[in-house]
Design a protein around this ligand. Structure first.
Ligand code: X90
Length: 280
């Protein structure tokens, strides 16, 4: 497999716009109010969008990439690894599967492997990084398909959210979780479930108090100081505090911290923090 024939493609819920060494494309999701459309690509002013939406009271919806958008992202690569946001909350995986079918029918010598992350944000970033590693170290297509599915069993996502209003308004959380909407100062802590849905585990009063709980959640998942990715929505200070706590407890951790892009910022909302990690 020559690197120039390979491509990694992910939807914009991965918050990854480019990667080194391996060809890559991001397929944007779209955030829509009745007045404005935010396309989650490199041109999006995420801070501006989050601020606009704070004062927005109108119905806001999102849309996943369509079949044509995925095919456009595939370009003319021969071997494609395609990572999607969880099929438990979005149609992105289904539309990528239809795109794969069409693409492989049209070009019988090309292959597309679609990976349902059953997650969002930083866990997708870990999958993309691992794919990039496999490709540059020269693994072949079938080997990568097997290895990445195995790797995915050993990654997880936990989160701390100040609001689940947008998730609730779009029918993406259960009534139980939605009932906590609007309680000021309460953070919702949880994880991506095995089915790729939002699973609330704890409620916490105040975001600082949430941090030790997040550390104990890592411990429950046997985190052992591998890779950890922290995505935040306009909340660098607290994300940095969490990073320091992780490094104090697990000094070998390879941590990266970054602002989330459009789709994750819309759903994780102002102050939200998403953490992807390798399980022990
Ligand atoms: O298809 C679409 O319109 C996109 C719908 C996406 C809905 C969920 C996005 C979640 C983003 C928020 C908190 C983490 C929950 C993770 C559960 C897997 C991140």
């Amino acid at each position: 497999m020559n690197i120039s024939e390979v491509k990694i493609v992910a939807d914009s819920s991965a918050d990854v716009l480019s990667i080194p060494e391996v060809p890559y494309a991001s397929a944007p999701l779209i955030i829509r109010t009745t007045r404005k459309e935010y396309i989650d690509n490199a041109d999006l002013d995420v801070t501006g969008m989050v601020q606009d939406l704070l004062s927005n009271t109108e119905k806001t919806t999102t849309a996943c990439p369509g079949v044509g958008d995925w095919i456009e992202a595939f370009g003319d690569a021969k071997y494609i690894f395609c990572v999607t946001i969880t099929s438990g909350l979005s149609g992105s995986y289904n539309s990528a599967m239809v795109a794969k079918q069409n693409y492989e029918e049209q070009y019988p010598d090309r292959k597309v492997f679609v990976i349902d992350s059953l997650s969002a944000g930083p866990e997708l970033k870990l999958l993309i990084e691992k794919l990039q590693e496999y490709i540059t170290e020269g693994k072949d297509y079938d080997e990568i398909c097997t290895c990445i599915m195995e790797y995915k069993e050993h990654t997880g996502l936990i989160f701390s959210l100040a609001s689940v209003r947008n998730l609730a308004n779009n029918g993406r959380v259960s009534h139980l979780v939605a009932s906590a909407v609007g309680i000021l100062g309460i953070r919702i802590l949880g994880r991506a479930s095995a089915q790729g849905t939002l699973e609330q585990l704890y409620k916490s009063r105040g975001e600082k108090r949430a941090l030790p709980t997040l550390i104990s959640m890592l411990k429950d998942h046997n985190f052992a100081g591998g890779k950890l990715r922290i995505g935040h929505v306009l909340n660098e200070t607290v994300a940095q505090q969490f990073k320091d706590m992780v490094l104090a407890a697990y000094p070998t951790t390879h941590v990266e911290l970054y602002p989330l892009r459009g789709l994750c910022s819309f759903y994780a909302e102002n102050g939200g923090i998403l953490i992807g990690f390798e399980k022990g």
